[in-house]
Design a protein around this ligand. Sequence first.
Ligand code: ACM
Ligand code: ZN
Length: 553
Amino acid sequence: MKKLTIITLALLLGCGLEAKKADPVLNIIPEPQSVSFEKGTFKVKGAQFNYDSFLDAATVAAIAELSDGITFCSGKVSSLAVAAGVNYGTPISSLHGVFFLKDATLKPEEYKIEIAPNAVKITAPDHNGFLYAISTFKQILPVEIYAGKPALKANWKVPCCTIQDSPRFAYRGIMLDCARHFFSVDEVKKWLDVCAMYKINRFHWHLTEDQGWRLEIKKYPLLTEIGSFRAGTQTTTDRSKHDGKRYGGYYTQEQVKDVVAYAAKLGITVIPELDLPGHMLGALASYPWLGCTGGPYQVWTRWGVCDQVLCVGKESTFEFLFNVLDEICELFPSEYIHIGGDECPKTEWDKCPVCQAKMNELGLVADDKGTRGQKLQNYVTKRVQEHLAAKGRKIIGWDEILEGELGPGATVMSWRGTKGGEKASAMGFDVIMSPTNYCYLDYKQGVREDDLAIGAGYPKKSDYDAKNLYSYEPFSGIQAGAEKHILGVQANMWTEWIHNDPELFYMLIPRLQALSEVQWCTPEKRSYERLERKLTDKHFKIMEILGYNYRAL
Ligand code: ACM
Ligand code: ZN
């Protein structure tokens, strides 16, 4: 009897072990919405790639890049052909090879990957859906796929499974400040490449600042001749000193078009920021008549918030802004134009007779909604918004645009914590959440980074690491029913203390990967412990292969 029990137990245990055979670990970032495994593997090496004839050229190019990469790295030809006689409804059992089939019934950016021993079937409704499927599929392959070097001995097989995936938020943004420090077109592309890998779809490009104007505007050549260079850079916490080294750079319109087209191929829309009416010293130094005092002005050599802002009592200032915006709209096809609006001191407006006359003409009175100065900024926002609306564009502004009275149709980017986003969404404005305490990538990630971050000298601000970012829940504090106004989440890389490529990517990675799961995954799909494992098991290796510096956990 005893013997029998032991045998039964052993059998039961054996069966249990059999049933519990662990699923393969895919280490995909961001975590897909659902993954279910079946038995077997598909051999990628030498597989034929097939795509629907009605896929757009950019999608076909991305598929070709994948099949070429597999050919090159695996050492066996993966050919590419138009799929004949099949469509998204064709059962996987009757397919042989890898198929990319358009399924217009899926939601925007959604994708599905089915892997069986005989075939891989990838369906998506649009360019981004296919790009995300490819990004996910590449992450399942041996990491050597990222090296672009032959790796003949690698295991070019993928486990049979079904992955169904779609984003939680439509707006998944990241901002790079190319004004405080300038990054070359190649560096910007390298930044876009890694952001695209993690399914980010908006690049907010901060191009104009007190410390430098970085965008060629044909009508106002002095903006780049004068405004794109400063006489030196503050390099310590002492704001009265700078290094005396001339510093600058700008993007020509041809370069901007190149970046916009490059980003589009990666599924990323570029949203330019013309920061106004503050943060405009680069423009004032170039055209002093734009200011309240007439100058002279100099491109700033220090960090902080500058009192010298646009004189908005004058019509000539609006003529300038509209002309600049017209060129910006020609360069950037994005639905949104970011008009800044942050940190605009009103001290000069309070002294300027022209601005005061404008406030009087507009009948602006200080009340519980705002000061006369804030209401003058509302007037600026409204005029710029109307000018852009006539061109079919919408505005995004930092949360200061909410002070006073904001007109309908503006989107608010909540950066001073979450309060701005909570208030704006409750009022019915669309919102992008970008709270400093979670989403600012210029802050230190820990005590190791004393000399690298904006938190230098502020020891309390040393905990803005990947784990902190990961803990952010965008709906937290949002009024019930107002969640629909939260378009998404964005992280911001200000570059006062970031000088070059290695520092930039050290500050970005792995907070980028944490951001991508906050933007993409529903809360129940998130696990920081699992993200850490994915990074250490696979993604840091990928970053090394691709030449990105990163901060180890
Ligand atoms: C900001 O960080 N000044 C938007
Ligand atoms: Zn003025």
